[in-house]
Design a protein around this ligand. Structure first.
Ligand code: BT5
Length: 239
């Protein structure tokens, strides 16, 4: 992978989108500081210091087969979970579609944004923020329960070493994933999917739906049993 290291930037996703035509497939762009980090639906991603990870991976497949691109966020949630397990002995859980939690608290968020050129898909900015060394006082400033590796284990995490492990795992399984899509990671995703079998409420663009999470489809969508009917959701947030 090519690596670009920035000091301060508004958002690594914005940087990648702006420079998409020059950036090569599988370039990893990371920054020390992110002044306007974003989540989905214009929510914010809080920067709590330069020893955390703000990363965007450039995805420009050299194939016309783009059908598995929408599931890359779920792929990245599985890859991150594997690194947290193998390197740090943590027990990450995935909250549909792609939040990664430890003990019910969010440790990472993922945001994918596509760009087009001449009406055609040009590339995807696959962004991830991971709390590596955030201290508990800073975590308390986040509006939802949040954690970091430091907060869980009490040890400092070397950002560059973490990045290396994450990118190594990302590349290892990438070709299989791009070819086979969600079915290739379904088993790994389900093993960590804390919401399965539970009564949950999901928010779909402001509309709330309640039911029991039955499973995920071959496309990574959520199957929710509502009043005896199974309904399939492609987007949304579990509350
Ligand atoms: C996400 O959105 O979780 C996607 C976050 C993606 C951030 C990366 S950093 C590199 C790249 N460049 C960017 O500009 N973005 C990407 P969402 O599911 O909408 O969750 C956002 C919510 O997470 C916020 O509203 C807060 O409640 C919570 N949050 C914000 N900062 C957090 C943090 N540092 N740790 C844990 N939770 C946080």
């Amino acid at each position: 992978m090519n690596i670009v290291h920035l000091n301060e930037i508004n958002s690594t996703n914005d940087y990648v989108k702006k420079n998409m035509s020059e950036l090569k497939n599988l370039t990893a762009v990371y920054a020390d500081r992110q002044t306007s980090g974003r989540g989905r639906l214009e929510r914010k991603w809080i920067d709590s210091g330069e020893d955390n990870l703000f990363l965007t991976i450039v995805i420009k497949p050299d194939t016309d087969d783009l059908k598995n691109i929408p599931n890359l966020t779920q792929y990245l949630s599985v890859v991150l979970s594997m690194v947290l397990e193998e390197e740090y002995n943590l027990k990450p859980q995935i909250k549909w579609p792609n939040d990664v939690l430890i003990n019910g608290k969010k440790i990472a968020g993922i945001l994918a944004e596509g760009t087009t050129q001449g009406g055609k898909f040009q590339g995807m900015a696959l962004g991830i923020g991971v709390n590596l060394n955030t201290k508990s006082e800073q975590l308390d400033l986040i509006d939802k329960p949040a954690t970091s590796i430091f907060n869980e284990l009490g040890v400092n995490v070397n950002r560059e070493k973490f990045l290396e492990k994450l990118l190594e795992k990302f590349c290892l399984l990438y070709d299989n994933f791009i070819t086979d899509g969600f079915p290739f990671i379904k088993k790994y995703y389900e093993q960590r999917a804390m919401f399965l079998g539970k009564e949950i409420t999901i928010n779909i663009l402001g509309e709330l739906h309640q039911g029991v999470a039955q499973g995920v489809t071959e496309k990574g969508s959520l199957v929710l049993k509502e009043n005896d009917n199974n309904r399939v959701y492609y987007i949304g947030d579990i509350l």
